[in-house]
Design a protein. Sequence first.
Length: 155
Amino acid sequence: MALDDLYREVILDHYTHPRNKGSLDGADIKVDGANPLCGDELSIYVKLAAGLISDVRFVGRGCSISQASASMMTEQIKGKTLPQARALVGRFKAMMHGEDVPEEELGDLMALQGVRKFPVRIKCATLAWVALDQGAEEFEGARGKVESTATSEVE
């Protein structure tokens, strides 16, 4: 079986049998993303426990690439810290924009590198990742403000 065929199977499997699909009550992070170019929409829910991503889900509709990518992302970030997840976002986006990223750093996510041949579809593949990064940044920013407010009140 050719590598392209294997990659297509991985994407199709995640699209037809998405992992971690559904909303998540009590999520610490909830962020929405949309690609108006092709109509992809999704929401990412992240629950944190002891500094780790204890659960992550997504709800969305759109093309097979955006939905498969969201499914694959949820599998990859579960159990990681937010900084680790954000670093993975950076590596994934780098791969999608043509940079060489070692396969061992991305695993099954390498299946999406074929999307690079279709520049208009890169936004489909990165939609969930961009949304996650935005949600993590907003969460960390809000938490920093809360911590600095609490610190200044103590002084």
